[in-house]
Write a protein that binds this ligand. Structure first.
Ligand code: SF4
Length: 253
């Protein structure tokens, strides 16, 4: 794990990410807080692109808790079949729609604790909704943010909650509102999981990752096998031995 980044470096890091994307937005398609809750709940272990494909048609006919509950689990399932874990997600979306109707007057609550009571909504989803729909300075730690925070040393942690609390401490207040999006975008497009693009990274000088990968990195040449090295003196010895024998034979004749 890299050493924890200093506050001064963290400030520079955010300033550079902000410079690159001054007004970052979620890539998920949504119309209002309700459709955002649904889109984020569907996006677990799925790509935003895949979710958007399904929700475009879905939100055209069911963009409120009442319409979603009326649609029912079976029809909803049919519309989101292209998304991973769709059966469970359909069940949760219908249940959360019903809970919003029964317990929250059909409105999405602007409160993390209340949001977390909704079926299928965990801390990460609640933080996204708080940040994107209600403009709260929350940071939802997904796989990209977790990776970037640990690699760079910005907020190292063993689990998402540790990283989230670390980010809350080190992120300067003026960057809190968009920190979530800047870190996601950086992780998604530059600091990729398999092969980070360190050559194209705007924060490379601030990053504490020890295994940075650059464009001109070449695989190391394999060391010469020891056996080959050992064979050279043998050949030389053989040659001089033959020469000595030839000299002896000449002398004897
Ligand atoms: S230098 Fe490499 S590892 Fe560090 S943040 Fe940039 S892309 Fe990620």
């Amino acid at each position: 794990m890299p050493r924890k980044m200093t506050r001064a470096k963290a400030h520079t890091l955010y300033a550079r990410l902000a410079d690159k994307a001054p007004a970052p937005k979620t890539e998920l398609y949504y119309k209002d807080p309700f459709t955002l809750v649904v889109a984020v709940a569907l996006s677990a272990q799925a790509t935003d692109e895949g979710v958007n494909k399904a929700t475009k048609d879905l939100f055209a006919i069911a963009d409120s808790p009442q319409k979603m509950a009326a649609l029912g689990e079976k029809k909803l399932g049919d519309m989101i079949k292209t998304i991973g874990l769709w059966r469970n997600k359909a069940k949760n979306v219908i249940a959360l729609s019903q809970m919003l109707i029964d317990d929250f007057g059909g409105e999405v609550p602007q409160d993390r604790e209340a949001l977390e009571k909704l079926p299928g909504v965990g801390r990460k989803t609640a933080n996204v909704v708080m940040n994107v729909a209600f403009g709260e300075p929350t940071i939802a730690v997904d796989t990209h943010i977790f990776r970037v925070s640990n690699r760079t040393g910005l907020a190292p942690g063993k689990n998402p909650l540790e990283v989230e609390l670390g980010l809350e401490k080190i992120t300067p207040p003026e960057f809190m509102q968009h920190a979530h999006h800047w870190l996601i975008l950086h992780g998604r497009y530059v600091c990729k999981a398999r092969r980070p693009e360190c050559s194209a990274c705007g924060i490379v000088d601030l990053c504490g990752f020890k295994e940075k990968v650059f464009d001109d990195d070449k695989p190391k040449k394999p060391a010469k096998p020891k056996r080959k090295m050992a064979s050279t003196p043998k050949l030389r010895a053989g040659k001089s031995f033959a020469k000595r024998n030839a000299a002896k034979r000449k002398k004897a004749s």
